[in-house]
Design a protein around this ligand. Structure first.
Ligand code: AP5
Length: 213
């Protein structure tokens, strides 16, 4: 299966992508994670994108598309994958269609995790991530067992720099302007599956699995 995750920043795309990937046995490709890991390692790409991401803007399409095309060409993507955070603009969606067509593949689903803006702001304020292994938590909805400590690797949890309140507002406005139109784009070919992302995490996963099976 080849699918993408749509939804506002903080809608729960990353959380659900991890769970769906385990369920369907396919890899996840998160452009946001790829960028964050490059920033952490101080690579040339990381240096290029750091300020853009911290302002809540989008990385240029050409850079992002090249990175995704390279990743979906890897052998572990042969049987399918879940794209989390890509495409995010109409030109990226068109580029993805071209990448797929070139390989004789098609996109099976665009899963849309629907969450209103006011819930998003609360989610971002409570999100904590592990800078070491990348695990994600929420102070109320998905707390670690030990306060401030990653369950998986024991590192101290931190807030993502782009989760600062003013950056979240900018990310939401970029989402409505650039990414929300993709729902219509994929609706036209009947590929959109929309779930209520305000439900508890397990319920959202269950609804997605039903809709995608
Ligand atoms: P990216 O990492 O993709 O960020 P995003 O889309 O803004 O999404 P988030 O990771 O913030 O949230 P999410 O929807 O995954 O929610 P999560 O599961 O963590 O991109 C970051 C940046 O990189 C972009 O701003 C851009 O600059 C750049 N970039 C990336 N891709 C790009 C592209 N294609 N083109 C150009 N630039 C690109 O959940 C959020 C919180 O809520 C967590 O704390 C979680 O525990 C909690 N939570 C989740 N589900 C629930 C629930 N059902 N109930 C209660 N709490 C929940």
């Amino acid at each position: 299966m080849r699918m993408i995750m749509l939804g506002a920043p903080g809608a729960g795309k990353g959380t659900q992508t991890e769970r769906l990937a385990k369920h369907f046995g396919i890899p996840t490709i998160s452009t946001g994670e790829i960028f964050r890991s490059n920033i952490k390692q101080g690579t040339e790409l990381g240096v290029k994108v750091k300020a853009i991401i911290e302002r809540g803007e989008l990385v240029p399409d050409s850079l992002t598309c090249a990175l995704v095309e390279d990743r979906i060409s890897q052998p572990d993507c042969e049987k399918g994958y879940i794209l989390d955070g890509f495409p995010r603009t109409i030109p990226q969606a068109v580029a993805l269609d071209e990448m797929l067509a070139k390989r004789g593949h098609k996109l099976d689903y665009a899963a849309n995790v629907d969450v209103p803006d006011e819930v998003i702001v609360e989610r971002m304020a409570g999100r904590r991530i592990c800078p070491s292994c990348g695990d994600s938590y929420h102070l109320i909805y998905h707390p670690p067992v030990k306060d401030g400590i990653c369950d998986r690797c024991g590192a101290a949890l931190a807030q993502r720099p782009d989760d600062a309140p003013e950056t979240v507002l900018n990310r939401l406005s970029v989402y409505h302007r650039e990414t929300q139109p993709l729902i219509d784009y994929y609706e036209k070919s009947g590929r959109v599956v929309t779930v209520d992302g305000t439900q508890p995490i397990d319920a959202v996963t269950a609804n997605l699995v039903i809709a995608l099976t």
